[in-house]
Design a protein around this ligand. Sequence first.
Ligand code: SAM
Length: 209
Amino acid sequence: MKVIIEHLDDEIYDWSYIEYRHIYSFVGKENLIFTNLERNENGKNNRIKGYEKLKDLGELKVKNIKKIKTDIEKKYGKICLLDPKAEKILSPKDKKEFGVFLFGGILGDNPPRGRTEKAFGNLFEKKNLGNVQMSTNTAVLVTQQIIDEGLDFSDLDFVDEIEIILDQDTDEQGKPRNYSQILPYRYLVIKGKPILPDGLIEYLKQMDE
Ligand SMILES: C[S@@+](CC[C@H](N)C(=O)[O-])C[C@H]1O[C@@H](n2cnc3c(N)ncnc32)[C@H](O)[C@@H]1O
């Protein structure tokens, strides 16, 4: 499955990089393209901060997908945008129609602000993966399960919120006390475990110090 991540935030944050590295780990460098990697500042186009970190993960295209849509479709086939606000759900049958799957490279916001819809408008045919917001890496993983593994969305298991324990101590009475962060997004569950990218928990603990 060919994947395009249109990076929409203004730099490659550490959290975004952790998600992108996860996507690379299961789709492979040869199937991953990052687009929209420059911003116009004072009349000059500059590559965004952290651009070079992506070189080992996939093919880099500085232009946005709207500008290179025709070239991409000539090379790989029709683009399918994954958007929580799309009317129809992605199904294994869509493998025949689409050659490449497009995702917004955006960190989630709670409540969701419909940024995918705002960023792409109606330029692409679109499908949803349910109406609950997932992280970009989870959305790609779920798409892979549907398109490459042929599973229906209804066959997959999810959890809609995860609590990450960042630190533990004991209170005045000696009872264990947790310090945690809630991730208010939907995660795929495989063999009873939510799938999180390598390094995310360590990153959140480091941020908490
Ligand atoms: C963290 S989400 C961004 C959601 C953003 N807050 C919004 O409101 O659109 C990052 C990307 O993952 C994909 N995605 C996440 N959840 C999805 C869902 N339920 N259905 C389809 N695509 C989804 C979309 O491509 C989205 O741009």
